[in-house]
Ligand binder design. Structure first.
Ligand code: NAD
Ligand code: APR
Length: 237
């Protein structure tokens, strides 16, 4: 790893699977019981806000019973010890990376533990149920909604992510099916700018062909091994 200094890590639902959070598309996946257009679109929120709020209230409540697993903890170790640049971009809306101690990270698809004002755009930390019509702490309007990026909405912090991808030496994708853009395209962006690319996933993802290397297995096993490999080297100058 002598030539590596800037690392971008992308994580998806697979990294939280061993903590007991259902993935989106696997057997028992979250989307199985719901049509995505019923719970994860602006149209769904307008048509049946109670259903959308309830869906995310259940997801938020489920966080109380889960813990970070060895994959989250290994990434937090990397974050604490790596002297080069690092950005962990998660598509997950759980808080397991933070609970493991990761700091250099962002949630591109929003967060369960946050509410968004549909009128003024303020974000507000939120725990417990989010009743329909809850008032925004910033503007007072009764328009708080789950702070989740719905289909058809723009993921968060794309400029920061694109900038990190453009100067990455290594891009690593963990536990994501590669079904949802723009995250599914990050591997090609990073490779275009010269990064090495590595996929760690339980099965080949939809974008596997774009990765220089794919390791198949559980994140809880593969991620700690990979982190030790990286930390046994020093960042390039
Ligand atoms: P889109 O409607 O164009 O679909 C994106 C991809 O999702 C397509 O390739 C589609 O094939 C695939 N898809 C089809 N059925 C699906 C299903 N049941 N569940 C999930 N994916 C399915 O989406 P978009 O307009 O590009 O969405 C905008 C952005 O919103 C996405 O880029 C994504 O980052 C974000 N998003 C967030 C969430 C969330 O839960 N936080 C969910 C979906 C999308
Ligand atoms: N270790 C590693 N990978 C795993 C594990 C595990 N223990 N368990 C499952 N996986 C893999 C699956 O094989 C699958 O390829 O993780 C991937 C999970 O894929 P999805 O359920 O599609 O989740 P994700 O890619 O994060 O979904 C992307 O879609 O619905 C939207 O916004 C939502 O952020 C989400 C986005």
């Amino acid at each position: 790893m002598q030539d590596i200094r800037n690392i971008v890590v992308l994580t998806g639902a697979g990294i939280s699977a061993e903590s007991g959070i259902a993935t989106f598309r696997g057997p028992g996946g979250l989307w199985e019981g719901h049509r995505v257009e019923d719970v994860c679109t602006p149209e769904a929120l307008a048509a049946d806000p109670a259903l959308v709020h309830r869906f995310y209230d259940l997801r938020r409540a489920a966080l109380a019973g889960v813990e970070p697993n060895p994959a989250h903890r290994a990434l937090a170790r990397l974050d604490a010890a790596w002297e080069g640049e690092l950005l962990i971009v998660t598509q997950n809306v759980d808080d397991l990376h933070e609970r493991a101690g990761a700091m250099r990270m962002l949630h591109m698809h929003g967060e369960l533990l946050s509410a968004l004002c549909a009128v003024c755009g303020a974000h507000e930390a939120w725990t417990g149920a989010l009743p329909e019509g809850s008032a925004c702490g910033a503007c007072g309007a009764a328009t708080l909604r789950p702070d989740i990026v719905f289909f058809g909405e723009m993921p968060y912090q794309m400029e920061r992510i694109e900038a990190a991808l453009a100067k990455a030496d290594l891009f690593v994708s963990i536990g994501t099916s590669g079904a949802v853009y723009p995250a599914a395209g990050f591997v090609q962006t990073a490779a275009y700018h010269g990064a090495r690319t590595l996929e760690l996933n339980l099965e080949p993802s939809m974008g596997s062909v774009f990765f220089g290397e794919t390791r198949i297995g559980a994140a809880g096993v593969l991620v700690p091994v990979w982190v030790e490999e990286v930390l046994s080297s020093t960042p390039a100058e």
